[in-house]
Design a protein around this ligand. Structure first.
Ligand code: SAH
Ligand code: TMP
Ligand code: ZN
Length: 406
């Protein structure tokens, strides 16, 4: 029995993935014996509809000065945030001297567009190494965790905000009541809080269980976010489904009554009801589909090894893949190496499963017969980049929405 972080009622897990390491904890061989593990399990609270982790490691174990995820490495995401910055400027940063705050600004991927437009801004980014990259790029950044106390400090130092934005961050923060209370006080009376995160509806539809790892403590829906916002005198006034990160939802939130409510909100709530996102049996079904996905993926990899003996390489040492390799028991016996463009990950080993991570150039030099697509959420960008591999006859193994070789 676990107490819900949002409504304080009790709920049970619907799936346990077993012992898991820190998803972004790429490590050297000398550190294998000290590796940290925790039990990864997820539950659905019937009372407030929030899907959430049962336990989460301490935040300092995940976000620190060696954080391995640099947002700007993906050109698709650079374009995504440049477009979003334009929208923000056109629709919401329109007062005389607008002020834009970003929570979890990482290397400045979004805010550098706002900085370049000469707009007052502040990035809040606890992982000091990525925050430094943003500062070096001219983005005003403080290296802190956002919460209610920090919001008060920002008001004292800068005044109230026209926009507070956040992408792929709010789902990381367990103390959401402090965050939402801070946002409510930091916003101007007509200010907006716009955030996006991987969407529960997509996870259920596509069985993309690899979105579940230590950093992601919440899996949001319009239902659960509406209830949470109401607890802080705010409301969701618009929503927008996005294709990023395998399917995300962007929530537009403001103080109650300050913005007209778009029809998109009721439409999406209706879709969520049809999908059964408020029903416990939806999550029991999901567990069965996740178990099948594991069986199918392991069977394909074992078959390739047994029948061809050829190397199988994985593409993208993603945080998501930590759940896949550890839950499915996929190690160096089934995957020869993972290629990745992030220098910090290269030469290290994947968390828990200890598969070597090698530079992307190794993949280009080897062109293996089979490549397991861990970075499936960037597949459009990757397929455009890898025409040479496809022409060479290389085959992709994918597991979302179903396990298959393409
Ligand atoms: N917004 C970027 C980064 C997402 S990665 C993008 O969409 O690509 C998640 C980021 O949230 C990390 O950089 C992490 O350091 C940051 N983070 C985690 N907890 C936070 C908190 N309490 N306040 C602000 N940022 C946080
Ligand atoms: P993400 O799924 O958490 O965004 O992480 C993507 C990881 O994949 C990151 O380590 C960078 C890597 N990657 C590549 O190696 N090549 C690519 O073309 C892309 C898009 C990502
Ligand atoms: Zn609850």
């Amino acid at each position: 029995m676990t107490t819900c972080r949002i409504c304080d009622k009790n709920f049970e897990p619907f799936i346990s993935f077993g012992d898991m390491p820190i998803a972004n904890g790429f490590l050297a061989e000398k550190d294998f014996s000290d590796e940290y593990f925790f039990g990864l399990a997820t539950g659905f609270c019937e009372h407030c509809n929030m899907v959430q982790l049962i336990d989460q490691p301490a935040r300092e174990m995940m976000f620190h000065d060696e954080y391995a995820f640099f947002s700007s490495l993906s050109s698709g995401m650079r374009n995504h945030f440049a477009e979003f910055a334009e929208k923000l400027q056109a629709e919401f940063l329109i007062s005389d001297d607008p002020f834009a705050v970003e929570i979890g600004s990482n290397d400045g991927i979004m805010l550098k567009n706002i900085a370049q437009a000469g707009i007052r801004h502040l990035g809040v980014e606890p992982s000091a190494n990525v925050a430094q990259v943003a500062s070096d790029n001219g983005v005003n950044t403080i290296s802190s965790f956002f919460d209610e106390a920090l919001a008060a400090q920002i008001i004292a130092d800068y005044g109230h905000a026209d926009t507070i934005t956040s992408a792929n961050v709010i789902c990381h923060i367990p103390y959401l009541h402090s965050v939402f209370a801070g946002i409510e006080t930091l916003l101007k009376p007509t200010g907006v809080f716009i955030y996006e995160d991987p969407y529960l509806g997509d996870i259920v539809e596509k069985v993309s269980y690899d979105q579940i790892y230590d950093e992601h403590v919440f899996f949001f829906s319009v239902m659960s976010v509406s209830k949470l916002a109401a607890m802080h005198n705010m409301e969701v006034f618009d929503v927008e489904h996005l294709s990023t990160h395998g399917g995300s939802m962007r929530y537009y939130i403001a103080k109650k009554g300050s913005h007209p409510i778009s029809e998109n909100v009721a439409r999406q709530l209706q879709k969520e009801q049809q999908l059964g996102l408020d029903q416990a049996n939806t999550y029991d079904e999901l567990r069965k589909r996740i178990e099948k996905s594991r069986t199918d993926l392991v069977a394909i990899l074992e078959k390739i090894k047994a029948e061809t003996g050829k190397p199988v390489v994985a593409y993208g040492a993603t945080s998501k893949s930590t759940t896949v390799t550890n839950y499915c028991g996929i190690g160096p016996d089934l995957i020869d190496y993972i290629c990745d463009t992030t220098p910090l990950k290269q030469g290290k080993f994947s968390p828990g499963s200890h598969i070597p991570v090698k530079p992307y150039e190794d993949f280009l030099a080897d062109y293996p017969d089979y490549t397991l697509l861990f970075a499936w959420n960037h597949s459009k960008e990757i397929m455009a980049k890898e025409e040479g591999y496809n022409k060479h006859g290389g085959k992709w193994i994918v597991y979302v929405p179903e396990v298959k070789i393409t």
